[in-house]
Design a protein around this ligand. Structure first.
Ligand code: ZN
Length: 290
């Protein structure tokens, strides 16, 4: 097991303040310095879906809990850690503001490439505790501390916003493996080793990867449930949904991002088809579109 480098989580900004996210379409290595890790949300969502396919029922979303999330805070932890989080939130009876939780290795690569602008250490991709699926950074850490400790989440000394769940396996090598598989599916003539380790070959491949995601996405074979989410869902599957809605005569923009406008369009379509108009696109709504 790789040792954990203590990062200064307070210094790691995942909020999209610059608005540069929407316009950047290049590889990770060309990302502007000090940009938010949300610049890679497209690729990050592909990595998260790939990891969910690899670890069903282990790596789960907690967006159904009473939480609010920053622009690039992907609400995923391991299932035991989610249970602890749920209990802490219920016990305190308050909404939790999450600045960062599961960080994909695409996000970590951006932070690592920018490490010389940081006065504190940044872990290389796959070595941060934010890749374990057992870490969160939150607002009001002192207020939450007694509740989190009660349910297995311990503060990390010297890193105020950060808590780690005690228990669950380490999924950091799977986080790297998810990328290696995604890369190989998209680069059959330039394959890299699928060893779950972050070596020079994997680093070079990750740096060459498109921030908005690969042409072949993991959801092509195993669809995601699409809905209005924080951070917003984006990708080829959202674009296909928007095209289908348009074809069905619903007024909607086709930009590959599941916005409030897309949510409204889905509900309109569902109502038209006498489905539950909840804005959640699962197998039933998809079937009604075919
Ligand atoms: Zn942290």
């Amino acid at each position: 097991m790789t040792s954990i480098i203590v990062e200064a989580c307070l210094e790691i900004i995942e909020r999209d303040q610059s608005g540069v996210r929407a316009s950047f379409r290049g590889p990770l290595q060309d990302a502007p310095s000090a940009s938010s890790t949300s610049i890679a949300n497209g690729l990050s969502q592909q990595l998260i879906h790939q990891l969910q396919i690899m670890l069903p029922n282990v790596f789960v979303s907690f967006d159904d809990l009473n939480v609010d999330l920053l622009d690039a805070a992907f609400p995923y932890v391991q299932s035991a850690a989610k249970q602890g989080l749920q209990q802490a939130i219920q016990d305190r009876g308050a909404k939790m503001l999450v600045n960062s939780c599961y960080r994909t290795i695409a996000q970590q690569m951006l932070l690592y490439n920018d490490r010389f602008n940081n006065s504190n250490p940044v872990a290389p991709p796959g070595a941060s505790n934010h890749q374990t699926g057992l870490a969160i950074d939150i607002e009001d850490p002192r207020g939450w501390e007694p509740f989190l400790i009660r349910y297995g989440w311990n503060p990390l000394p010297g890193d105020p916003p950060h808590f780690d769940y005690q228990g669950g396996g380490d999924i950091r090598s799977q986080s790297i493996l998810a990328f290696q598989r995604l890369w190989n599916q998209n680069n059959p003539n330039n394959k890299i080793g699928e060893d779950g380790a972050f070596g020079p070959q994997t680093e070079a491949a990750l740096n060459q990867s498109p921030a908005h995601g690969f042409a072949k996405a993991p959801w092509d074979n195993q669809p995601r449930i699409l809905k209005l989410n924080q951070p917003r869902m984006e990708g080829s599957d959202v674009e296909r949904l928007q095209q289908a809605l348009k074809k069905a005569g619903i007024n909607v923009g086709v930009d590959g991002e599941f916005s409030p406008g897309t949510d409204k369009a889905v509900k309109e379509f569902q109502a038209k088809k006498t489905l539950t108009a909840d804005g959640i696109v699962g197998p039933k709504t998809m079937a009604a579109m075919a």
